[in-house]
Design a protein around this ligand. Sequence first.
Ligand code: MG
Length: 220
Amino acid sequence: MIRAAVFDVGECLVDETREYGIWADWLGIPRHTFASMFGAVIAQGRDYRETFEEFRPGFDLYEEREKRAAAGHPEIFGEEDLYPDVRDTFAALRADGLWLGIAGNQTVRAGQILRELFAADVDLIGTSDDWGASKPDRAFFDRVADAAPVEPAEILYVGDRVDNDLRPAVAVGMQTALVHRGPWATIQWSTTEALNSPTFRVESLLELSGLIRRFNEQGH
Ligand SMILES: [Mg+2]
């Protein structure tokens, strides 16, 4: 049985187009060029943060975030940056009686924004910077498992990345859903692992309610 659903943030709930556009502007690089290099770095199996270093060697993301904020361009997302299926999905899964969480690699600042957006909609909001543990480390998923009032095998972790979401969630015994959007899922979608590893592969989060119901009816 799946009794809980826990969602990744970037490119699962939040469309990060605006945020990375601001980063390109901050670096003084055309947005199309920045996005192309971002995809190339992902396709090479590298950490996306190396994209910044391709343009500026020695770039320190944490330090630059502070500088950006001080210059009046803080990390930002809001209701208008949510993928359009998010609100209806939470409502549907709530009505289905699932325990709901949001847990991603995010800053403390992003955690505050998430609480403003979703405090009334979910049972848990946790970020890597709050927890001192980040994906894909096991400690991050152990925190999720500890917070949820069900067994790990009853938790569906929903994300857009094979490497950071699916693989480590499977390793702790969770069910997984891969959502087909954003740079990572678009690039990774046809890999063997993306095809075979997730419990569900979805084009929209709205598919989850029905898929979970069918999965549970089949007596898993
Ligand atoms: Mg993500």
